[in-house]
Every structure is written in structure tokens, then in C-alpha cells.
Design a protein around this ligand. Structure first.
Ligand code: LFR
Length: 476
């Protein structure tokens, strides 16, 4: 097979990036060229919390133009992002900026959905953990507001960007699996559920698997980007977590993974879903993975707890540098509060340190007294939640976990990796940091014929190109 280059657009909830991946499987080579990085986050408007999709599109388009300048040989483009959020369109026109999943509008919608279809039945059908922002609840809110009457199509964020680039409308399957409207047993839209919830079936696009071509860039877009005519846009594992799991250099039969960015997604990879009562009660999800694998995992609040605390401390213009904060956290001696990192009170933006303090008072544990203590308390609480979720994933799935892989930005957080190893009593292998972009690159590279083989072959390439860092458990 040939060597080649592809461009990955990876949009996270706090930042987006464009990365060119150079792949030469025969030589065991996989290199990333970081072309562009831009901030992302919620924008509060009169109607609620939104994404600045237009701004993101401008930034990623600039990044792609840079990518083609730097590497004219880029063969294709793939886009991944966070899950569940979508744009509504009428014709080619977007009906407003997409809502941010942290918007508060879903509370009433959850009740109305569960009144029609009780959660236990939903779980049997879609296999998804309860998260108040799953698309199914957001759509109940849209319906109540009359917005679905105006729309003729709905596209999840990466599909929406793929549509801007190519004019083709699809629903990539890994991300569609997070809507709550795809049957876990078949991977197809659940038409009966869609009808029972009073949603218009016609707005949903045809499902496609990762690796499917959406076709070439529209000619006007190719001109804007300075891209050669005929550049292909490929549907990757467009849910960022699906792409990240592709690039976990693991042996799935004996490993757990933690994809740690804004969220900490903790689980195992399975061939078949687990939708038992115990899995439902533990709030474990069965999301669609690349090559038909199942991502059996639980959402833990993740680095959001740190980043949103820092944002709060910086609200008056002061700068709080993360490396300094984490170094101070590492040197805190003595016990700090371990709070429940899964508590839904931590979901919304705003005064997170205040809410952590409130949790501690309610549970009669000492409130952290300094920023360093808050940061340490967050790290310990995340590590504890991670270790707990690994244990639960193992019990529910029967996977005997010998190694925990931490990928994503969290792999750079030494204190978090070490404390996760300590609290789990299992070694942690950290890296790659850019797992999501790597998974995006690999699925495109395979579609272009630059990479051959199954997930295991792709993971072997990742393991040879990015040596993980090992944290052995210590008792403390
Ligand atoms: C991670 C992620 C999670 C999803 C959450 C919200 O970036 O995609 O997998 O549950 O964001 O979409």
C-alpha cells in the first residue's frame, strides 16, 4: 500500500483543531502536523446556550486552507466533534445556531419523553445511558417550540459540516447512535420510537458507516480552500469518542480506556451490547463504534471540572495557568475532599468551585480552602470516579481489566494518571494525547487505501508511532 496524507478536523467542546496526518503503514510511520487550533465554547444568547457554528466553520475552513498550503498532497478531509448536538435546516439554510448540550431547556423535555416511553424501555431500544442532553430530549424541546415544523432536515454537527463542504446529507452511524433514536440491536433509525415521540421521520438523513465517502468538495468551497478539485470528504467515526477509541493502543479483551478531555469517557470495547438491568442501573451506555464495535462506557464529568473552575477564577481578568495550578495541587499534603464527580449539579457552566463547596457542606466533608486544594480535590474525585467506572465496566461486561489506557488531553495530566492508577490498583498507560485526531486520520487513511487492516492493525500502528507513558499503581 501507498503512503499518504489526510486532513482531520477535530472539534472539541473547548477547542478545535485541524491536523494533517502522514501515514506510512509499511514503515510503521504515523505523524501529525498540527496546522490550526482555535477556541470553542458556549455562547449565551436570549434563546439560551448555543454553539458559534458559523465561527467554528470559519476557523476550520482557514485551518483547511493552511493544511492545503502546507501539504498539497492531502487526499481527503474528515470531521469529528462532540456528540448529540445538531442543526436544523430548511432547504440549505440553517435555522439558527445549534443549541449547546449544556443548555437548561431539556429538563421539562425529559419528563415528557419518559411519560411517553419509560426510560427502561428507551434503554432496551437504544442502549444509551441517561444524559439529560441526549438528542431525543432536545428534540422534544424543539417539537414543543414548533421548530421541527419549520425544518426539513436535521444534521448532527460533523454531518452538518460535511454538508457545508460537499452538499451531501448523511447521518454517520457512531454519532447517530448518541441521539437515542437508533436501535442498539440493528444500528438503524428506530422508526417506531420516532413515530411514538411525534418526531418527523423525514428530517433524519440516511445512516452511513465510518469510511463512507460523502463525495468531493463543492467546487466553490474547493476554490475558497485552495484545494485541488476532487478532494474527497470521508465520514470518519464522527463522534469524537468513537475516533478516540480507534486510536487507543489496547488489547480490547483485557483493557479499559479513559478518553479524557472535557468529558472522561470510561469503558471497554465490546463486540455485543450489554443492556441488562444492571447496566441500565449503573448508567452505562452502548454507543456505536467504528467497524461495528460497541463502546460500552460511562460519562464522567472530566476536565470540564478543572477548566470551568479556572474560567470562574479568571472571570475578573486574572490569569490562572494550568501547569502551575496542577503543580500546586500535586504538592498539597493531607486529605482533600473526594466529591461525586458524577453529580449533575456540575453540568452547567458557572461557579463550579462554589458548587463543589456546596457539595462538601451537604456531605459534611471539609471544603477545599485554596485553589490548589480545589484542583487537588477535583483530580482526586475524577481519579476515584474513573477507578469506580473501570470496576463497574469490568463487572458488567466480564472484561478482566489488566491495563487502563488514558488518551486525550488528560494523558498529559501526570497527577490524574498517577492517582487513577493508584485508586484503581491497575497500571495506567497514558497517550496518545491526540487520539481523536489520530482515529479520524486512520479511518480516512484506510478509506484512501493508505492503511490496510482491522482496528487491531490500526492500533498496532498507533502503538509503534506513539509510545505510551506508564504509571504503576502505588499505595498512598
Ligand atoms: C466527548 C463527548 C462525549 C459526549 C459529550 C457530549 O467530547 O462527545 O462522548 O457524551 O461529548 O456530546
Amino acid at each position: 500500500w501507498r503512503a499518504g496524507a489526510v486532513a482531520a478536523v477535530d472539534l472539541g467542546a473547548t477547542s478545535g483543531r485541524v491536523i494533517v496526518g502522514h501515514v506510512d503503514q509499511a514503515a510503521g510511520r504515523l505523524e501529525l502536523d498540527h496546522v490550526a487550533r482555535f477556541p470553542n465554547g458556549p455562547v449565551r444568547m436570549a434563546s439560551g446556550l448555543h454553539w458559534d457554528l458559523t465561527g467554528l466553520y470559519r476557523d476550520l475552513a482557514r485551518g483547511l486552507a493552511d493544511a492545503f498550503r502546507r501539504e498539497p498532497g492531502v487526499a481527503s478531509i474528515g470531521v469529528d466533534s462532540w456528540a448529540v448536538d445538531y442543526g436544523l435546516l430548511r432547504g440549505e439554510r440553517l435555522l439558527g445556531e445549534p443549541f449547546h448540550y449544556r443548555d437548561a431547556r431539556n429538563e421539562a423535555a425529559v419528563e415528557s419523553v419518559h411519560a411517553t416511553v419509560p426510560f427502561a424501555e428507551l434503554y432496551r431500544r437504544n442502549g444509551l445511558q441517561f444524559l439529560p442532553f441526549n438528542t431525543v430530549y432536545q428534540l422534544a424541546a424543539e417539537r414543543a417550540g414548533g421548530w421541527l415544523d419549520l425544518a426539513d432536515s436535521l444534521l448532527l454537527v460533523p454531518d452538518l459540516i460535511g454538508f457545508q463542504l460537499t452538499g451531501t446529507r448523511v447521518a454517520e452511524r457512531t454519532n447517530a447512535s448518541t441521539t437515542g433514536l437508533v436501535e442498539v440491536a440493528t444500528g438503524e433509525w428506530d422508526d417506531e420510537l420516532i413515530a411514538r415521540l411525534g418526531l418527523p421521520a423525514s428530517v433524519f438523513a440516511p445512516l452511513v458507516d465510518p469510511g463512507t465517502s460523502l463525495g468531493a468538495l463543492r467546487t466553490d468551497v474547493a476554490t475558497d480552500l485552495g484545494a485541488p478539485a476532487g478532494i474527497d470528504v470521508v465520514a470518519v467515526g464522527s463522534h469524537d469518542t468513537a475516533s478516540a477509541v480507534v486510536a487507543v493502543p489496547m488489547r480490547a479483551e483485557s483493557a479499559a480506556y479513559i478518553s479524557c478531555g472535557t468529558w472522561g469517557l470510561v469503558g471497554v470495547e465490546l463486540e455485543q451490547p450489554v443492556t441488562t438491568d444492571a447496566a441500565r442501573e449503573a448508567n452505562f451506555t452502548n454507543e456505536g463504534g467504528v467497524d461495528g464495535r460497541v463502546r460500552f462506557l460511562h460519562n464522567v464529568m472530566g476536565l470540564w471540572l478543572l477548566s470551568e473552575s479556572v474560567r470562574w477564577w479568571e472571570r475578573d481578568g486574572e490569569r490562572v495557568e494550568l501547569p502551575g495550578l496542577l503543580a500546586a495541587a500535586a504538592s498539597v499534603t493531607g486529605e482533600v475532599a473526594v466529591f461525586d464527580a458524577n453529580d449533575p449539579r456540575f453540568l452547567a457552566p458557572g461557579d463550579l468551585p462554589g458548587r463543589i463547596a456546596e457539595w462538601c457542606v451537604e456531605h459534611d466533608v471539609p471544603v477545599p480552602q485554596s485553589r490548589a486544594e480545589f484542583a487537588r480535590s477535583i483530580v482526586e474525585s475524577l481519579a476515584e470516579a474513573f477507578a469506580g467506572a473501570v470496576r463497574t465496566a469490568s463487572v458488567l461486561s466480564g472484561v478482566d481489566v489488566e491495563t487502563i489506557h488514558v488518551v486525550g488531553g488528560g494523558a498529559l495530566n501526570e497527577l490524574l494518571c498517577q492517582r487513577t492508577a493508584d485508586r484503581a490498583g491497575i497500571p495506567v498507560l497514558a497517550g496518545p494525547v491526540e487520539a481523536t485526531a489520530i482515529g479520524n486520520v486512520l479511518v480516512q487513511a484506510r478509506a484512501q487505501g493508505f492503511v490496510d487492516g482491522d482496528l487491531e492493525a490500526m492500533r498496532a500502528l498507533v502503538a509503534s508511532a506513539f509510545a505510551p507513558r506508564r504509571y504503576a499503581p502505588t499505595t498512598r
